[in-house]
Design a protein around this ligand. Sequence first.
Ligand SMILES: Cc1cc2nc3c(=O)[nH]c(=O)nc-3n(C[C@H](O)[C@H](O)[C@H](O)COP(=O)(O)O)c2cc1C
Length: 200
Amino acid sequence: MSTVKLAIVYYSATGTLDAMAHHAADGAEKAGAEVRLRRVARPATTGEREATDAQAAHAEAAAQTPAAEPDDIVWADAVLFGSPTRYGNIAGQLKTFIDSLGPQWGQGLLADKVYAGFTASQTSHGGQESTLLALYNTIHHFGGIVVAPGYTDPLKFVDGNPYGASHVTGADNAPLADADIAALHHLATRVVTVAGRLAS
Ligand SMILES: Cc1cc2nc3c(=O)[nH]c(=O)nc-3n(C[C@H](O)[C@H](O)[C@H](O)COP(=O)(O)O)c2cc1C
C-alpha cells in the first residue's frame, strides 16, 4: 500500500489552532502518513482587533508554516481542515481559501478524498459542533468523504465530540489538555487509516 498523503490546512489568529494542527500532524506521521502542514494566510482586511503581543508572537511563529495552495488539496488523499469557531461557523479566512478552490472543484479534483475537521472555541457551548457541521456542508459539495471520529474509541467519551476534534480555550486561552491531544491523534490516525483502505 502506498503512503497516504495528508494535507492539514488551518487558520489560527492566536495560536490555538496552530498547536492543534501540529498535534494532528504528529498523530498522522505516527500513523505513517506523509503530511503537508499548511496555514491559511491572514488577509490584511479581516476587521479583527489590533494584534495583542501574543497574537504578534504567534504570527511570527506561524510564518514558519508554508501558506496553503489549492494544489495541497489536489495532492492529498485526505484533508484535515482546522478553524477557530467564529460565531458558530468557520473563520472567514479559511472560507476564503475554500472558495478559491472553484477551478479544482469544477474539474472534480476535490472529490473522493477523506475529509475531517477540528476547531476551538472560547466557551464550551460556543458552537464547536455547528462549526464542524458547517465545514462538512462544503465537503458534500466537493464529493468528499467525511470521516468523523464518532465514538470509535473510549477516549472519545472523554473529549466528547463525535464530529471532529475540539478544544475550549476559556477566557485565558488555556493550553490543550491531554484529552484534546489524544482526540487529535485519534482523528488523524482514523483519517489516515480510512484513506489508506480506500486507496487499496
Ligand atoms: C470574531 C470572533 C468570533 C468568535 N466566535 C466565537 C463563538 O461563536 N463561540 C466561542 O465560544 N468562541 C468564539 N470566538 C473565540 C474563538 O473561537 C477563539 O478565540 C479561538 O478558538 C482561538 O483560536 P486561535 O488561537 O487559533 O485563533 C470568537 C472569536 C472571534 C475573534
